[in-house]
Design a protein around this ligand. Structure first.
Ligand code: HEC
Ligand code: HEC
Length: 221
C-alpha cells in the first residue's frame, strides 16, 4: 500500500533543509505585536491588494486568491519567491526587497483573511460541466490529494488550501508542477502528478475551484 493511502498528513517540513525548516517554523510561531500586524494590513492594501484583491480574493486571471491560505504556507512561498526558487517575475519583484520580518508580517496578515467559499469567480461563471466535475472528484480521491491537503481541501500548516482557488490559477500551478517548471520546496507535488494527463489536470482544477470546504465540514459532522 502506498504511504499516501494512509491518509495522514506528511511531516513535510522534514524535507526542507535544516536551516530553512527551523527558520520557517520560527516564522510561523513568532506572532508579531498588534501594531506590527496592523501596519502589514496597511502595507498589504498598498502593495498587494491591486493584484490579490482587498480581502485576498482575487478577481484577476492567473493571480491566486490568498484568503484562507495558512500563514505557514504563505511564508514558505514568499521565501521561495525571494530566493528566485519559485519563478514568477511579478512576485519575485515584490518579494526581493522583503526583510525576514516582512515575510512573516505579510504571511501573518494573509493567515487572517477569511476564505471565500466557494470562489466568487466560479459562482458567476457558466454552470460547471458536470461530467468533468465528477471526473475531477474521482481523480482527487484516486490520487489521494486529500491525504495532504485535508478532506476539506482547506490545507494546513505548510500545505496550501485548494478549495475555492481560481480555476485558471490551479490549472497553471498543476501544469507547472507536472512539467517541473514550478519547483516546490518538497517533491510532493511532482510525485503526486507523475503520469497524470493534461485533461485530468483540467478536471482537477475545475473540481477544486468549485469545492466548498464549509459544505464538506458540515457533511462530515
Ligand atoms: C503585479 C501583481 C502582484 C502583486 C502586486 C503581488 N502579487 Fe503575489 N502573486 C502574483 C501572481 C501572478 C502570483 C502567482 C505566481 C505564480 O503563478 O507562480 C502570486 C503569488 C503569491 C503568493 C503564493 C500564493 C499561492 O497560492 O501559492 C503569495 C503568498 C503572494 N503572492 C503574496 C503577495 C504579497 C504579500 C504581496 C504584496 C506584498 C503580493 N503578493 C503582491 C501577483 C502579484
Ligand atoms: C504528499 C503530499 C501532497 C499530495 C499527495 C498532494 N499535494 Fe498538492 N501540495 C503539497 C504541498 C506541500 C504543496 C506546496 C508546494 C511546495 O511549494 O512544495 C502543494 C501544492 C499544491 C498546489 C499549489 C497551490 C497554490 O496555491 O499554488 C496545488 C494546485 C496542489 N498542490 C494540488 C494537488 C492535487 C490536485 C493533488 C492530487 C493529485 C495534490 N495536490 C496532492 C502536498 C501534496
Amino acid at each position: 500500500m502506498s504511504i499516501l493511502a494512509r491518509g495522514r498528513r506528511w511531516p513535510l517540513v522534514l524535507l526542507l533543509s535544516a536551516g530553512a525548516a527551523s527558520w520557517l517554523a520560527g516564522s510561523a510561531q513568532a506572532a508579531a505585536p498588534g501594531d506590527a500586524l496592523a501596519s502589514y494590513a496597511e502595507r498589504y492594501a498598498a502593495s498587494c491588494a491591486a493584484c490579490h484583491g482587498a480581502n485576498g480574493v482575487s478577481t484577476q486571471a492567473l493571480v491566486p486568491s490568498l484568503a484562507g491560505q495558512p500563514s505557514f504556507y504563505a511564508v514558505t512561498q514568499l521565501f521561495l519567491f525571494r530566493g528566485g526558487r519559485r519563478d514568477n517575475p511579478a512576485m519575485t519583484a515584490v518579494a526581493q526587497g522583503m526583510s525576514d520580518a516582512d515575510l512573516r508580517g505579510f504571511s501573518e496578515h494573509i493567515g487572517k483573511l477569511a476564505p471565500a467559499n466557494p470562489a466568487p469567480a466560479a459562482g458567476a461563471a457558466t454552470p460547471p460541466d458536470k461530467p468533468a466535475l465528477a471526473r475531477g472528484a474521482a481523480l482527487a480521491r484516486q490520487l489521494h490529494c486529500t491525504g495532504c491537503h485535508g478532506s476539506d481541501l482547506a490545507g494546513g500548516k505548510q500545505v496550501p488550501r485548494l478549495a475555492g482557488q481560481r480555476e485558471d490559477y490551479l490549472l497553471h500551478a498543476l501544469q507547472g508542477f507536472r512539467s517541473a517548471q514550478r519547483i516546490g520546496y518538497t517533491p510532493a507535488m511532482s510525485e503526486a502528478l507523475a503520469g497524470v494527463s493534461a485533461d485530468a489536470l483540467a478536471d482537477l482544477a475545475l473540481f477544486l475551484s468549485r469545492f466548498n470546504s464549509a459544505d464538506a465540514a458540515a457533511g462530515s459532522r
